[in-house]
Write a protein that binds this ligand. Structure first.
Ligand code: SF4
Length: 361
């Protein structure tokens, strides 16, 4: 439901003019193809534009139609996604491409009500696709919109509360330009991304500063308020870099509901603390008596959005048959598998992909 807001039509008009003059030239702005819009919106969630753009271009080149994405192998989709994080986005893209291609016979849903039923598509993505690709008058609310609207109307309560979300959604709907909802939605998001930024927004040169309540009240820096603190988790990973004399390595695919689901890594033991594992522990885990630790690398910290991973890498050589839950992969082929960035970086630093592993590095 939309709330009538003071100076709403003027604010909408100024945002449209600002967008005409200041929008960045981005590849997904040159199309109204719903499949491309969908790809760009999913890629850009939790990802900066400069980081996401090359991924978008690679996806539309490798999978120019939704059917191409649907028939791809999941490993290939994850490989293309490698480095972007939040891999459930890639798995959901693949799942939904299959659904559209098979169950909907390639017909992309064309309304907000239909789009929101798809796996991996929430309110934000459904409204973005519906308005940009199909001109449906639905307002889009992302973090940038929350910041712009909460400042313009000096909403000082915690913007993660239900009450504040309802208020912001309602104001955003009221500001929507029904004649060009796709452009309007992009204008508010772009304004938040490049002008009304989280830190040091350009208030003095802002075309909206005469309408902005937070500016008038001098409370810009304290809005939007987010009181919920993200809880961080510390985890201790012990990776077993097990190789054969002919430079093949053991890999294992992550399949549980956890980070990096579907990606490949070295056999992993997770522990409660940072203490180094001993020979016995590793032999038991690998069900082998013929392993010898060649080197243990120092702990490296890998920071994710909600987790700090402390990873230790143990280099081991194994001579006998391997445990069946692992895959033996030639060093030169490891790079073809989708890998967490932590593993990929380790492989590069230690020259593993070429088979010249610098074990003493
Ligand atoms: S005056 Fe400042 S806080 Fe208000 S909309 Fe403009 S940039 Fe944002």
């Amino acid at each position: 439901m939309a709330t009538e807001v003071e100076n709403g039509p003027e604010i909408t008009q100024i945002l449209g003019q600002w967008y005409d003059a200041n929008q960045r030239s981005l590849p997904w702005r040159e199309t109204t193809n719903p499949y491309f819009i969908w790809l760009s919106e999913i890629i850009l969630q939790q990802t900066r534009v400069d980081q996401g753009t090359p991924y978008y271009l690679r996806f539309i080149k490798n999978y120019p139609k939704v059917e191409d994405l649907a028939t791809a192998q999941q490993d290939d989709v994850l490989k293309l996604w490698q480095g972007l994080g939040y891999y459930s986005r890639a798995r959901n893209l693949h799942f939904t491409a299959n659904y559209i291609s098979n169950d909907l016979h390639g017909q992309f849903p064309s309304s907000y009500a239909e789009l929101i039923k798809l796996k991996g598509i929430g309110k934000y993505t459904a409204s973005a696709i519906a308005s940009i690709a199909f001109n449906e008058p639905v307002a889009t609310v992302d973090g940038n919109v929350v910041r712009v609207v909460s400042r313009l109307f000096a909403i000082s309560e915690d913007v993660t509360t239900k009450n504040a979300i309802i208020k912001i959604e309602s104001i955003t709907s009221s500001l929507l330009n029904p004649l060009d909802p796709g452009k309007h939605n992009q204008a508010v998001m772009e304004f938040g991304a490049t002008h009304c930024t989280p830190v040091n927004p350009s208030c003095l040169e802002c075309p909206l500063n005469t309408h902005c309540q937070a500016f008038k009240l001098k409370v810009v820096s304290s809005i939007p308020l987010k009181s919920k603190k993200i809880k961080r988790k510390t985890r201790y990973f012990h990776y077993l870099v097990v190789h054969t004399p002919d430079s093949s390595y053991l890999l294992h695919q992550r399949t549980n509901k956890d980070i990096w689901n579907g990606l490949y890594q070295f056999p992993l033991i997770e522990s409660e603390n940072d203490a180094e594992l001993n020979d016995q522990h590793l032999k038991q885990f690998l069900k082998s008596n013929s392993i010898g630790i060649q080197k243990v690398n120092r702990v490296r910290k890998h920071v994710l959005s909600h987790q700090d991973i402390h990873a230790r890498f143990y280099h081991l050589q194994i001579g006998e048959q391997i445990h069946e839950s692992f895959k033996l992969v030639a060093a030169s082929q490891i790079g073809e598998y989708p890998l967490p960035r932590l593993i990929d970086r380790y492989l590069e630093e230690h020259d593993v992909k070429t088979g010249n592993a610098a074990l003493n590095a």
